[in-house]
Design a protein around this ligand. Sequence first.
Ligand code: PMV
Length: 320
Amino acid sequence: MQVTASAPGKLVLYGDHAVVHGQPGIATALNHRYQVQASRLDRAVLQIRAPGSVEREISLARLGANPRPATAFVEAAVGQLLARNAPAGGIRIVSDGPAQSFGLGSSSAITVATLAATARLLDVRLNRARLYDLARAAVLEVQGAGSGLDVAAAVHGGCVYLERSGARPERLSTPDLPLVIAWSGRKAGTTNLVRQVSDLRARHPDLVGPVLGLAGRICIRARACLEEGRWSDLGELTDIHQGLLDSLGVNTASLSRLIMAARNAGALGAKLSGAGGGDCIFALTEDSVRAKVVAALRAAGGDVLDIESNAPGVCIHGET
Ligand code: PMV
């Protein structure tokens, strides 16, 4: 038997960094999907094939002992499941996905798809809450830190609201978002930037604490705007949020260029998404000015991505 599952990547909308510090965060799932096929093996090994001719075989007894960076999320995901449900024999995982990740949540998507496909293969029942807990534990095992917002988007799809890291994510009911997403051309190192903001907070707790608190308050208001489709109010919140992220030192010249280009071309608001230091920005853009915003972003050196938001969460595609 072979089971195929896929899970979406994500775009952090609001609460970037703040959500690591006890504040809320909001993300949307993207139709930038990662697929995983799981099948059984006779021998007690985990075999992994990943894009870029990556092949790995580990004995199940040694799973988690010495993970390789290229397959660490798959190893941790299978490890989480097998810690409670040891199979007779082994498992083969084949993962696949878009050629470029653009920092849009490939690790969490692969982790969630691996867990969903392997659980179905082993006939282990996981509801979304349980799947979230196991996937979050796997991601934390590999990364050591993270709010779980990316995992929430991969599991639930749509737009997700996390009241704080460690809370149960809520799936919001929102109309489709008028987003334009652009890649800055540079990959960002999330872990270092999260550490950088934590260090800044430790040096200036009386200043950085309130900045993160304001980002949290923006999330609460942004949630209502998202649910009611109040895009012009959301645009204002988006721009205020960008100012807060700038004050945390995670903005860059190229992200700024894209953000200003989108705003000057008529976007309702624009900000960086995620840890900063590179990766993507998004602009809230009404249809009437979309072409102008897209052209301005390209002229400013951005790669406008043809990716839709509010995408479905993890799903099983087939069993053969
Ligand atoms: O850089 P990204 O897109 O992986 O997003 C990171 C978001 C942070 O809030 C900075 C970290 C987190 O785990 O939520």
